[in-house]
Design a protein around this ligand. Structure first.
Ligand code: FES
Length: 111
């Protein structure tokens, strides 16, 4: 178990989403105010890139079918959303944003 540097603080604009590769693991970083949140990069519905959606400081949404989640908890908030977002723990240390990545978080997709 180890904390990995994702990026310098400020590398993601407020209310924005950005993908990073951290030791071979792709993660999506979102920012709300001075807080950062890290998720697997693909939508749990049909594997679309969540970076194509957006966030508003409270919720994150997928562009494809507009599933929505609470940015801070990953809980479903939209009426269509059925699968919560998985999240990596995040901390800010020494001017960097770090994520606790033990293994890639993935979803089970229906075929
Ligand atoms: S693929 Fe994201 S909501 Fe359907």
């Amino acid at each position: 178990m180890s904390w990995k540097v994702v990026c310098p603080e400020g590398a993601v604009a407020e209310n924005d989403l950005k993908e990073f590769e951290v030791d071979g693991v792709m993660i999506l970083l979102a920012r709300a105010g001075d807080d950062y949140f890290a998720y697997p990069p693909l939508c749990p519905h049909q594997e679309e890139p969540l970076r194509k959606g957006g966030c508003d400081g409270k919720e994150i949404f997928c562009f494809k079918h507009l599933w929505q989640w609470d940015m801070r908890t990953g809980a479903c908030t939209g009426t269509e959303s059925r699968v919560p977002l998985k999240m990596y723990p995040v901390r800010k240390t020494d001017g960097t944003v770090q994520a606790l990545i033990e293994q890639p978080l993935e979803y089970e997709y229906e075929v």
